[in-house]
Design a protein around this ligand. Structure first.
Ligand code: ZN
Ligand code: ZN
Length: 151
């Protein structure tokens, strides 16, 4: 679903479908979110990327656009760092790994029996979504450490 949403027409349609007028600013906000989807950008990261070429844009515009997208379940908000909100254009339930060293957030694809079964019950509660947060040192940082240099 994320791969198919990269062109302008689809971005405009996505915005319309969630009741937002497809303004240049919102289009650019979404483009930037998809462009950096593997980084799981924050409002600030998206704003910083756009502010020079789009001086009229505000943090509020970015934040509001993200908020509507989250409420409509088009994207998800991650609170894995405990301080900043990171956005993920992949709205499907999946897990994340946060590197304590380089602060990168990675998607984790776990095929656990609970994740696979939407509607399954846990201690009497019906599961609709499941998100797991893992924290530690990522594989890239581990490699750097082994090399001994530039760690
Ligand atoms: Zn790392
Ligand atoms: Zn993700």
């Amino acid at each position: 679903m994320i791969e198919t949403i990269s062109n302008l027409k689809q971005i405009k349609e996505t915005l319309k479908s969630i009741g937002l007028r497809p303004t240049i600013q919102r289009i650019r906000v979404l483009k930037t979110l998809y462009k950096y989807r593997y980084k799981h950008p924050t409002v600030e990261m998206i704003y910083d990327e756009l502010k020079d070429e789009l001086p009229v844009i505000s943090m509020t515009t970015v934040y509001n656009t993200m908020n509507v997208m989250v409420n409509k379940k088009m994207i998800q908000a991650l609170t894995i760092t405990g301080s900043d909100i990171h956005y993920d254009p992949n709205a499907e339930s999946h897990h994340h790994f946060y590197c304590n060293r380089c602060h990168q957030i990675y998607d984790i694809d776990l095929k656990c029996p609970l994740c696979a079964r939407k509607g399954r019950k846990i201690q009497g509660h019906r599961i609709e979504e499941m998100h797991g947060y893992f924290k530690g040192i990522c594989k890239n940082c581990l490699k750097k450490k082994k090399g001994g240099k530039n760690a």
